[in-house]
Design a binder for this molecule. Structure first.
Ligand SMILES: Cc1cc2nc3c(=O)[nH]c(=O)nc-3n(C[C@H](O)[C@H](O)[C@H](O)COP(=O)(O)O)c2cc1C
Length: 170
């Protein structure tokens, strides 16, 4: 089965997951932002990986633009963000808000893995915004995440997605 992992990433955590996925599945790894041209027609399945910034799924524009090319393929999406993995409704709402038509109409199987935020790597203005946001957030756990950063990156979190792709390919 010929597939590809396509991703966007600003600070590397989604890039790390995408690399692990491409290695496990032995398919090509494509950075959507950097690739000159991307031919989606040759692949049987596609795995999109994207972080969330300010409520926006970074790769949603690319998916929407290429919607007609996704027909007849198996399509998966790995969402990477600061959200709690148990907050399935929040993730689903974010997905619905990021797609013009109903997200379910895209027939994309989505999975979720926690990402990473290292405050020292953020630019001055972004760090300022995050600190301001931390003051406004009431939930203590969420506040601590914004104040101290976090690292939820874990290769094992990809197992369910990898299994699903293999199962669907049988
Ligand atoms: C400026 C900024 C805004 C963010 N906005 C959101 C957000 O709206 N929702 C969310 O769940 N996570 C948010 N995050 C967390 C990122 O999605 C998370 O750190 C992710 O792992 C980053 O992926 P990357 O390292 O591939 O760029 C934000 C992080 C930063 C630095």
């Amino acid at each position: 089965m010929n597939g590809a992992v396509l991703y966007r990433s600003k600070y590397g955590s989604t890039g790390q997951y995408a690399k692990w996925l491409s290695e496990a599945l032995q398919v090509s790894l494509i950075n959507v932002k950097e690739a000159r041209s991307i031919d989606l027609t040759q692949h049987d399945y596609l795995v999109f990986c994207s972080p969330v910034y300010y409520g926006k799924l970074l790769i949603s524009g690319f998916i929407k633009k290429n919607r007609s090319l996704l027909k007849g393929k198996r399509v998966y999406l790995l969402v990477v963000s600061g959200m709690d993995e148990k907050a399935k409704d929040d993730i689903q709402n974010m997905l619905n808000a990021n797609f013009d038509q109903k997200f379910s109409d895209y027939h994309i199987k989505w999975f979720y893995s926690g990402g990473r935020m290292e405050l020292e790597k953020l630019g001055f203005f972004t760090k300022f915004l995050i600190k301001k946001l931390a003051k406004m957030v009431k939930d203590e756990k969420e506040k601590a995440k914004l104040q101290n950063g976090y690292d939820y990156i874990d290769r094992k979190k990809l197992n369910a997605l990898i299994e699903q792709i293999r199962e669907d390919g049988k």
